[in-house]
Design a protein around this ligand. Structure first.
Ligand code: BG6
Length: 496
């Protein structure tokens, strides 16, 4: 069989680098960052002289950090040689992020090497500003040094601006990388390819043919060990303001004229700016929040949110909202966004329901019409793939019978490739200097501008936060939100 034609966009080699990780002992670094870097090292992508400098606060950690990293890599399936090679890149520096005088140790570790320098602030967000200020004062943010931060970037527009302003004093926007790890997911990157490398769907993805769009990011996990971060933050800030709104942007944006970061980010920003605000009395009508109570998932009993937390809380763990994009392409098409913890299944997908045909010739004499609308289902995780539901004739010579059937493209069957973790791509993109998959300051702030009035209205609302049983699909109001428009949530395609 002939080799398939490959369309590739040019990727430059990764230059030699020093990547400094603040919070090297933390959850994100241990769960994701070191494993992702080691995976890239295994592929031979990291230049030999590149180093990863883990910042720790206590002397004792100078020794324990490398041991912990090596154990973590072992757990993740790396072999002895791979671990040994990767550990050869690890340097540990004892620096207290908030104490300028301790940055000498980091300075010493970095030396004078002429390499791309990047600082990953894998720390609680209240350390972002002090670290950036100290990097500036200590003279470490030299040349084209970059900074990487991850959400939450603020709790609202004002605090996000304060972080962005502090970053801007030390790093230009071109040297600032704001991670939304959803943008590093393979299937999310494929959204742009699906839309702009194919004629068929792109033409139909507009108010001309689309009835409505649903974007769901459902999780089965609960609070886990993240109470310190999550309580008081909630699902709107944790998932909608960033991941779900980024999906919305990629799905709804106009074709950028190049794949350059600026072109792509400008188009995404236009979507955010075109969102019809939901404020005041509209918040009650267009949004639903909820918090999980005890229930069961996969047949196992699970505790409610406040029981896990050990105290009362008004933090929402579920949000559904209906929004509209006020531009030529999408005017009048409702977008229903939904996310929640401790739901019945873990899946993220974009479901597009097309309009019915203008006139059905298949209607029977008694008025019954067998036609169901076409549906495009873009499954982002798990069971990544794309499905298209269309009407088909059931084979047979008797009465004409129509049923909906799926065209079903599964990544696992279509490609024989390993799906890399989002961070593998994102970390080397920083070193290469490619900002396409990172959020700009304007995007982050525009997303807060949309979210803030909803938070304000919720804060002022006197109603009790609705509960939903863990293992369900959210509070009953969420069904009401879409059903009052004569529509319903698409049931997920759960594995049998
Ligand atoms: C994080 C949120 O950004 O994304 C978590 O803080 C959430 O609350 C996670 O669980 C979901 O990511 P993924 O990749 O598992 O869909």
């Amino acid at each position: 069989m002939a080799e398939p034609l490959q369309a590739t966009t040019e990727r430059t080699a990764v230059p030699a680098f020093d990547l400094v990780i603040f919070g090297a002992n933390g959850d994100l670094a241990m769960r994701k960052l070191f494993v992702a870097l080691a995976a890239r090292d295994r592929e031979g992508v990291l230049p030999p002289e590149s180093r990863i400098i883990g910042v720790v606060r206590q002397k004792a950690q100078l020794k324990t950090l490398p041991e912990t990293i090596a154990a973590r890599l072992h757990e993740s399936g790396f072999d002895k040689d791979e671990i040994k090679r990767f550990m050869g890149r690890i340097v540990v520096a004892e620096t207290d992020a908030t104490k300028l005088e301790t940055y000498e140790a980091l300075k010493h570790a970095l030396g004078k090497a002429e390499r791309v320098r990047a600082f990953y602030l894998s720390t609680p967000p209240d350390l972002f500003i002090p670290i950036v200020e100290n990097l500036g004062k200590s003279g470490l943010a030299v040349g084209d040094a970059r900074v990487i931060i991850e959400k939450p970037i603020g709790r609202d527009l004002t605090s996000a601006r304060a972080i962005n302003d502090a970053l801007a004093k030390v790093f230009t926007e071109k040297r600032t990388y704001r991670i939304d790890h959803y943008l590093g997911k393979e299937t999310v990157q494929n959204l742009m390819v699906m839309r702009f490398a194919n004629t068929l769907f792109e033409r139909s993805l507009s108010s001309r043919d689309v009835d409505h769009v649903q974007i769901t990011a459902a999780e089965t996990v609960g609070l886990e060990s993240r109470a310190g971060y999550y309580d008081g933050v909630g699902a709107l800030r944790d998932m909608i303001q960033n991941h779900v709104m980024q999906l919305l942007c990629l799905f709804a944006m106009e074709p950028p004229n190049t794949l350059d970061a600026e072109a792509v980010r400008d188009e995404k920003l236009r979507v955010l700016k075109a969102l019809k605000p939901i404020a005041g009395g509209e918040v009650q009508r267009q949004t639903v929040r909820g918090q999980y109570s005890a229930g069961s998932i996969d047949g196992k009993p699970v505790r409610g949110y406040t029981e896990e937390l050990g105290r009362a809380s008004n933090t929402e763990t579920f949000v559904a909202l209906r929004c509209e994009i006020e531009n030529w392409r999408w005017a009048g098409v409702p977008f229903y966004l939904r996310t929640g913890k401790r739901l019945a299944a873990r899946y993220s997908e974009i479901d597009v329901t097309f309009k019915q045909v203008p006139f059905s010739i298949f209607r029977s004499a008694d008025g019954h019409d067998p036609l169901q609308p076409d549906r495009l289902i873009i499954r982002l995780q798990p069971n990544e793939g794309v499905q298209f539901q269309m009407m088909m004739k059931v084979p047979g010579s008797g009465r004409l019978k129509l049923v909906p059937r799926m065209l079903d493209l599964r990544y696992a069957e279509a490609f024989n490739e390993r799906t890399p973790d989002a961070y593998e791509r994102l970390l080397t993109d920083v070193i290469r200097g490619d900002q396409t998959l990172f959020m700009s300051r304007h995007e982050v702030e525009a997303a807060w501008r949309f979210v803030d009035p909803i938070l304000d209205a919720w804060r002022q609302a006197s109603d009790v936060l609705p509960r939903y049983a863990a293992g369900s699909f959210g509070p009953s109001h969420a069904f009401g939100l879409i059903e009052r428009d004569g529509r319903s949530w698409v049931d997920p395609d759960l594995p049998a």
